[in-house]
Ligand binder design. Structure first.
Ligand code: ADP
Length: 262
């Protein structure tokens, strides 16, 4: 039920009555939920065939079923890239459905920051190689474990890395770092991904974490859904953490999140 609250009177006005409008929005909610569930089902159904296409492509590229000439190899690489993109989009839609239904299921355990970073780097390696981007890591050895859902946190890091690669020129460097942050009452581990790509105009810095928002730009990079950062924000805040960006237009960006220790 949506309730529209009455406005308050000023000192010179007299209240002679109040109108409260009650509107039943249950039907809209149900429709919205049905739509979200539909998106989740379709995305889930798409994931299996795309994954199997990827497996077949790998067999072909590794010449396990016969030799492949360089031109064919290039084509296979393109198809692999597109399959990766499709998988990313279906993954984002599935995650969006979880977020929309307030259904984020966390499987938290004590996890070393190194493990989260290695998991993410492994997942993004192919995309980085395609653009000859150099991934550098700067992780102190003695970082304490965080109580975290490995897959969801690594997903956020993969999303940062995937954006960093897409918005950087070929052969650029990307730095993944982690650090221990303490305040009077809290202890956190901060994870950051720094790129030296096109950066983000200060006007849009807050809005890029909104659903479907993409920086309007004449030479904007094709693809993408504008969902990655919105889902990332939900995943991190659900774990008691914070997420933010520092960026200079034309210089690059540092995307970070922090997770509480223990
Ligand atoms: P997507 O990348 O699918 O468009 P995201 O939610 O991940 O969606 O990002 C939202 C927008 O933020 C992007 O469309 C882009 O305009 C901007 N953005 C994200 N990461 C970077 C980055 N590393 N450098 C420059 N712009 C970025």
């Amino acid at each position: 039920i949506g309730i529209k609250s009455p406005t308050t009177a000023t000192e010179t006005e007299k209240v002679i009555g109040q109108v409260i409008i009650l509107k039943n929005i249950t039907q809209f909610r149900e429709l919205d939920l049905a739509k979200t569930n539909f998106i989740a089902t379709i995305s889930h159904e798409l994931k299996t065939p795309i994954s199997s296409i990827k497996m077949s492509l790998k067999l072909l590229r590794d010449e396990r079923v016969g030799s492949v000439n360089p031109e064919q190899q290039k084509l296979l690489e393109h198809i692999t890239e597109d399959s990766d993109r499709l998988l990313r989009i279906t993954g984002e839609l599935l995650n969006l459905a979880q977020v929309e239904t307030g259904n984020i299921q966390l499987h938290c355990r004590q996890t070393l920051p190194k493990e989260i970073i290695q998991y993410a780097v492994q997942a993004i390696r192919f995309q980085a190689e395609q653009k000859q981007v150099k991934l550098e890591t700067n992780i102190p050895n003695e970082l304490p474990p965080v109580n975290s859902d490995l897959e969801k946190t690594a997903w956020v890091l993969v999303n940062f890395l995937s954006n960093a690669i897409r918005y950087s020129p070929e052969q650029a460097s990307i730095i993944i770092s982690a650090g221990y942050v303490t305040s009077a009452s809290n202890r956190f581990v901060r994870f950051s991904v720094q790129d030296f790509g096109r950066g983000i105009d200060a006007r849009y810095k807050d809005r890029i974490f909104d659903k479907f928002f993409q920086v309007p730009d004449a030479d904007s990079i094709k693809g993408g859904t504008g969902l990655g950062l919105a889902i990332s924000k939900e995943f991190i805040t659900a774990q008691g953490g914070a997420i933010w960006v520092e960026s200079e237009l034309g210089e690059g960006s540092v995307f970070s999140f922090s997770l509480p220790v223990g």
